[in-house]
Design a binder for this molecule. Structure first.
Ligand code: HEC
Length: 386
């Protein structure tokens, strides 16, 4: 099976490589007549390029025609079944619409409420390229990343239906509310000089700023390597944040907001430790780990990181652990799963059950691309606009 797929891809790749010079000679004039306005290129990109990853991943910004040719060839070698005629249309479309310097392609999504049965009810916010929405502690506002020319933090006010942009400087991602709901935290590369070819991936730190826009962003982490906010301990006194280490990947650190405010390391192993959530009593911490070779949700004692208890079976990512819910939630493929967990007198982990299945926008990493009300009865999710 595997072999046949490889042969198939290789055949397509060869056919494609052979076809390029021919197409360039024979079909170039026609391709120019077929302007992107006829929608053929866009249609193909939207269907073919969004089948293995998101559209935003497929078009992360502008590239030269040569680079787009190379990208499409690369995708064919990775298993994309693209006929050479389609490849030409796709390359023409990408080269014309996304030349060097162009902003990334935005995949339009809606913010939606989803209940345990999987019933969907859109919020009144307009379609945007949303990512990783977070409900405010009082449940009236949503802080969310929006991709326009770059990623920024925006605030949607549920009662008034107002959507406003909060950040302007640099790239800003991975938003989190402060426990009092008066500030939001995020990762940002704003300390880099704009002339320095700034890149979020190369250098970002955790910041916070007032949610009403009344004050400047203040930097919270100061160390080499990349850092961003994760979650607050339930007492609101300690912020957990990630560090991306060249050898150990994502590790979990704690920043106390009391006393000496000295960051301390909670967990660093060669495995991934990402996308965390605390139990309501603050004695346990759930996170994604790939220690078994597959990403699974595990739970560990806090603040002393003892060996992990595995929660998910057959894969788990994007954990939520709402404070007034008996269940912990996570995603497995298209399924949203629930597991009953009690922490007193000792940790008891139930059997995972499927809540509902549906085509909601997944996270590109382990950080949850959904949120829940504190009672865990409703979820805030993202649905792609067709
Ligand atoms: C058969 C699955 C598949 C299809 C279809 C596919 N890709 Fe990919 N693509 C991958 C994989 C695998 C990666 C590497 C892992 C990742 O980045 O998620 C990737 C990564 C990428 C990247 C990041 C790497 C880079 O070159 O910067 C871009 C851009 C990209 N794809 C563009 C496209 C475009 C454009 C299309 C449509 C022509 C497409 N992909 C279709 C599988 C696919």
């Amino acid at each position: 099976m595997q072999d046949r797929r490889v042969i198939h891809s290789v055949t397509l790749l060869i056919a494609f490589l052979l076809a390029i010079p021919l197409l360039a000679l024979v079909q170039q004039p026609e391709a120019e007549v077929n302007s992107p306005a006829d929608g053929a290129g866009e249609e193909r990109v939207r269907t073919l390029c969004a089948s293995c990853h998101s559209l935003e991943r497929a078009v992360p910004g502008g590239r030269s025609r040569k680079e787009w040719e190379r990208t499409v060839q690369d995708m064919v070698s990775r298993g994309a079944r693209i006929l050479s005629a389609d490849a030409e249309i796709i390359i023409n479309y990408l080269a014309e619409q996304y030349p060097v310097g162009a902003a990334p392609l935005q995949e339009m999504r809606l913010l939606v409420w989803v209940d345990h049965q999987g019933n969907v009810e859109p919020l009144a916010a307009p379609p945007r390229s949303y990512m990783r929405p977070r409900l405010s502690p009082d449940g009236t506002q949503v802080a969310v990343e929006v991709l326009l020319d770059k990623r920024d933090i925006w605030i949607f006010d549920i009662p008034t239906g107002e959507l406003r942009r909060l950040t302007y400087e640099g790239t800003n991602r991975s938003v989190l509310w402060s426990p009092d709901g008066r500030r939001v935290l995020f990762g940002s590369d704003r300390h880099q000089s704009p002339e320095g070819g700034r890149s979020f991936r190369d250098d970002h730190e955790a910041y916070w700023m007032p949610v009403d826009g009344s004050g400047k962003a203040e930097r919270l982490t100061h160390a080499p390597l990349n850092h961003g906010p994760q979650r607050w301990t339930p007492d609101g006194k300690t912020l957990s944040f990630y560090e991306i280490h060249p050898e150990t990947g994502r590790d979990i650190w704690m920043l106390p907001f009391e006393g000496d405010r000295k960051p301390w390391l909670f967990l660093k192993t060669p495995a991934l430790e990402g996308g965390i959530a605390f139990s309501a009593d603050g004695r346990w911490l759930a996170h994604t780990s790939d220690e078994t070779g597959q990403r699974e949700i595990v739970v560990r004692a806090f603040p002393q990181a003892e060996p992990a208890h595995q929660v998910s079976k057959g894969g788990g990512i994007e954990v939520l652990w709402p404070p007034k819910s008996k269940d912990l939630f996570y995603r497995n493929g298209n399924k949203r799963m629930a597991v009953e967990i009690s922490t007193t007198p000792s940790l008891t982990v139930g059997t995972p059950r499927v809540l509902f299945e549906g085509d909601f926008v997944p996270s590109s990493g382990s950080r949850a691309n959904w949120d829940a009300t504190p009672d865990g009865k409703r979820f805030l999710m993202l649905k792609k606009v067709k």
